[in-house]
Design a protein around this ligand. Structure first.
Ligand code: ADP
Ligand code: MG
Ligand code: MG
Length: 885
């Protein structure tokens, strides 16, 4: 027969799944001989059985009664004994912590008779009656379903009539009145409070079981992606009383500061208080630091206990303790939640203290936490008014005046005002408003809603699905049950924590602390995947290097032509009627290009730099067709003619000639260089001559020349032949020999499939997974993200945005094929990825599994990639251990 009930001693060594987190902590603490009031655990299995059948599992009652008998003997009091009643708490406790989501009943065992026994036993009538009314309200709320606030209202009336501010000031007689009123609340609901303590016990146990499926618990699990099929355990524990007078109290503490990670016991306490009083906000609790003065003995005991628990669990603990008449008791321990900054500091400190090893430290910090540290965030130490919490849809913090209409966001931004766009949800029609806003707040939709996808793409903060707010477009306001925020009011949102704050919250800029650097250095020791950055300027290159990049995996050259001093030359080159004219313009661009490469290669001294030759279609460098058309038409209608109009008309002709039905699949990438070889030649001249001059200065350079959008071996072979000749020429001219390599991007399916042939000509591959995703799905990215992807996600057709998280099944498979075929031809083929996926943790893991040599991502994602690459190794190790077992 199944065993459903274990004393805290018996439960030692059983897992959290079975005991729930609270029971597990109590059992471990009991095993450590810490002062834990005795009790027993009814397992999650009993809860699951109950939920399946709707009845208490057979034998459970007997087991509970048996353990209750043991508990009575332990404490020396009996449940329901009118003279010396045993009181217990009945506490919920799921395997995964769900703070405040489920329910607990304290002081169970009191009734109209035993309350007098408790009063006698403690010679404190007011205390006993106060306990009784707590039981009445907690039982009413948890078990009977009468909302807490109805009891609180009655208590408030009595307190006002007595002219007192705090519960502790009420007399025994006043408590009698309260108890009477509470009984009336039950009556008003057609209920009565069960006087039989055994009835109380059974009903409370069932109440806790049922609280697993309460609306708020279900909601909480949905939001936090906790499975619904785990159930809760029930802990029945002898009561200890922190509300027995000035020599008693209760508190909560963290073994280290959860905001900063500093190694000090941190928390709050109240004397003469029970359970929830500390967090209920009725009386203001005192900081733990004050306990050292007020009760040094207790403080020492708390500090010693913290230390022992940290040693035992090898992690920061979040504790509850109670002092009964000067005696210290532990009531709860669990791993403490912490900020990202604290997580890093604690992990590093604990290695120093010998509590954990480096691998464990790296394992404990999540990529999400590192991401937070790399974005601006609301100062975790600041006191701010959080009015609501939504989903952390796109990290970073932003503040601004509330606007509801995208058009108004645009106008406000145009006049220099900072705004936050607040909508129930966004649609493709709102894009201009999102672009203009500092950040976006929506009341509906998840992490894959339109607002979430679009803002993440733009690197803009977003809190989505914030159901606590009601948006009223007509009245131009949004409200929570507590506050009303009108158009123009300033709010701050934090897209990493999901917080919405009223007013301007202090923000902290991202920073690399010494601990953060240490942790990343440990990650570097673990990972096998290289990490490079995508950088187009010397400034970005420096940032990338500082953040730990081991090279540049993608240096795009198109931005270099967009600079205001070069664009006219570029346009002239494109407009050139003859080859001579074109060469003339290119000759003037060459020195600029050379300088660009000198600066970047110097910055990246000793590290490889992959330079991609011009990729986008040429018309991107010319004015927009529609705008030009309007301009020319206006000039014609006004009857203007002459040189200016002729010039514009010529430009229009050229733009039209270059115009493509589908530029994404048109004359771009390597096709461009094959049609206009002089562009590629100029770029290679610049790269090689820059490298030669640096080398003669003694600077070590490792340039890698990369050709985009290759699908056929012959494309690459033709370009290579042409460019190698140019490189040779430049080296001869300079009288210097530089090592460079020649490779290609793999970003169309044919390129991946024909990788064996392409590798004959390429020394390296770099997966351009942005284009590869577009061409594999046949989605144009801009159209997909603007128009239909959000709907696809909503409908569950896709479960992630493939432009954000690498599509393992399709794109990943093409990559696998390319790696396999490429390396068959050329075993030392170097393979990397330079699409945006290179900085996304799940995609980094895939790259590790596909055995790439490196990932390359934007500089600010380099630390994330370093950590994710280490996690991929640790995960693999974990899996290996399991396979051996
Ligand atoms: P939660 O999960 O909401 O924190 P708990 O089961 O921990 O619920 O209990 C709520 C409060 O009651 C806590 O402050 C806890 O310390 C206190 N409490 C629980 N059991 C006892 C007990 N046996 N004696 C004294 N206080 C208790
Ligand atoms: Mg608790
Ligand atoms: Mg591309």
């Amino acid at each position: 027969m199944a065993m459903y009930v274990f004393t805290f001693q018996e439960a030692a060594g059983k897992g959290k799944e079975l005991l729930g987190g609270k029971g597990y902590g109590l059992a471990e603490m009991t095993g450590l001989r810490l002062p834990v009031p005795p009790g027993f655990i009814i397992t999650t299995e009993a809860c699951l059985d109950y939920m399946r059948t709707g009845e208490l599992p057979p034998g459970l009652k007997e087991e509970v009664l048996h353990h209750l008998g043991w508990l009575e003997a332990e404490v020396g009091r009996k449940l329901g004994d009118p003279d010396k009643p045993l009181l217990v708490s009945v506490r919920s406790g799921a395997a995964v912590s769900m703070p405040g989501m489920m329910d607990t009943v304290l002081n169970l065992g009191l009734n109209d008779r035993t309350v007098l026994g408790l009063a006698n036993m403690t010679s404190n009538e007011a205390f006993a009656k106060n306990c009784y009314r707590r039981l009445l309200s907690m039982f009413g709320d948890t078990v009977v379903g009468i909302h807490r606030s109805l009891f609180e209202k009655e208590l408030q009336v009595v307190k006002e009539r007595q002219g007192v501010a705090y519960d502790t000031e009420l007399s025994a007689a006043a408590w009698d009145t309260v108890v009477g009123k509470f009984a009336e609340v039950y009556e008003a609901h057609g209920k009565s409070f069960p006087q039989d303590p055994y009835d109380q016990l059974w009903e409370a146990i069932l109440g806790v079981f049922r609280s697993w499926n309460s609306d708020r618990a279900v909601k909480y699990r949905d939001v936090n992606r906790i499975p619904h099929d785990m159930g809760t355990a029930v802990n029945v524990q002898a009561m200890v009383f922190g509300n027995m007078g000035g020599n008693s109290g209760t508190g909560v503490a963290f073994t280290r500061d959860p905001a900063t990670g500093e190694k000090v016991v941190y928390g709050e306490y109240l004397f003469n208080a029970q359970g929830e009083d500390v967090v209920a906000g009725i009386r203001t609790p005192k900081p733990i630091s004050q306990l050292a003065q007020e009760a040094p003995g207790i403080y020492r005991e708390l500090a010693k206990t913290s230390e022992r628990l940290e040693h035992h669990f090898r992690d920061v603990q979040d504790l509850e303790f109670t002092i009964e008449d000067g005696k210290f008791y532990m009531l709860q321990t669990r791993a403490g939640q912490r900020t990202a900054a604290a997580a890093v500091k604690i992990a590093v400190d604990m290695v120093g203290e010998g509590l954990i090893d480096k691998e464990e430290a790296v394992r404990r910090v999540t990529a999400e936490q590192v991401e937070r540290l790399l974005h601006r965030q609301i100062d975790p130490k600041a006191e701010v008014q959080v009015i609501a919490k939504g989903l952390n849809a796109s990290p970073g913090a932003a503040m601004g005046a509330v606007v509801f209409e995208p058009d108004e966001a645009e106008e406000a931004a145009a006049s220099g005002e900072k705004v936050i766009l607040v909508r129930t949800e966004t649609t493709p029609d709102d894009i201009h408003g999102i672009v203009a806003a500092q950040g976006v707040l929506t009341s509906r939709g998840g992490r894959t809603s339109h607002a979430a996808i679009v803002t993440r793409g733009m690197g803009k903060p977003c809190v989505a699905g914030c159901e606590a707010i009601q948006v009223d477009y007509e009245k131009r306001l949004f409200s929570t049950p507590e506050v009303v925020v009108r158009e123009g009011d300033v709010i701050t949102i934090d897209g990493a924590s999901g917080k919405v704050v009223l007013g301007e919250a202090p923000l902290v800029e991202p920073q690399m602390t010494a601990d953060f650097k240490t942790l990343l250095a440990w990650a570097d020791e673990i990972r096998s995947l290289g990490v490079r950055a995508n950088a187009d300027t010397p400034g970005d290159s420096r940032t990338a290097r500082e953040l730990g990049a081991e090279g540049i995996g993608l240096c795009r050259t198109e931005h270099m032509f967009m600079a205001p001093d070069r664009l006219p030359l570029m346009q002239k080159m494109i407009m050139a009627a003859t080859k001579e004219e074109r060469l003339g313009a290119l000759d003037r661009l060459l020195p600029f290009q050379k300088q660009d490469f000198v600066d970047i290669l110097r910055e990246m001294e000793g590290l490889p730099v992959t330079i991609r030759l011009l990729d986008p279609p040429l018309h991107e460098f010319l004015p927009n067709l529609e705008e030009l058309l309007v301009e020319v038409t206006e000039m014609r209608t006004k009857g203007e003619d002459g040189e200016e109009l002729a010039g514009k008309e010529e430009l229009l002709r050229r733009v039209r000639a270059l115009h493509e039905a589908n530029p994404m699949l048109g004359l771009r990438g390597c096709r461009l260089g094959l049609l206009y070889p002089e562009i590629n030649e100029m770029q290679v001249r610049a790269i090689i001559s820059a490298s030669c001059s640096l080398k003669s200065e003694g600077v070590e350079v490792l340039p890698e020349i990369m050709i985009p959008l290759v699908g056929h071996k012959n494309e690459l072979a033709a370009v290579r032949e042409q460019l190698e000749a140019v490189a040779k020429e430049e080296m001869n001219l300079a009288g210097v020999e530089v090592q460079y390599s020649f490779g290609t991007m793999i970003e169309v399916p044919r390129g991946a499939l024909a990788a064996d042939e392409i590798a004959e000509v390429a020394e390296f591959f770099s997966f351009g997974t942005n284009d590869l995703t577009q061409t594999t799905f046949g989605f144009s990215r801009d159209d997909a993200e603007g128009k239909f992807l959000a709907r696809y996600l909503e409908l569950g057709i896709l479960d992630a945005n493939p432009f954000e998280i690498l599509d393992r099944k399709g794109v990943g498979e093409l990559m696998r094929i390319a790696v396999e075929r490429g390396r068959t031809t050329r075993p030392d083929l170097k393979i990397g990825i330079c699409g945006e996926h290179g900085g996304e943790p799940r995609s980094v893991r895939v790259c590790h599994q596909l055995d790439l040599d490196y990932v390359s991502c934007s500089p600010f994602r380099v630390p994330i990639a370093r950590l994710a690459a280490a996690h991929a190794v640790l995960e693999e190790k974990g899996r290996l251990v399991e396979e051996i077992r």
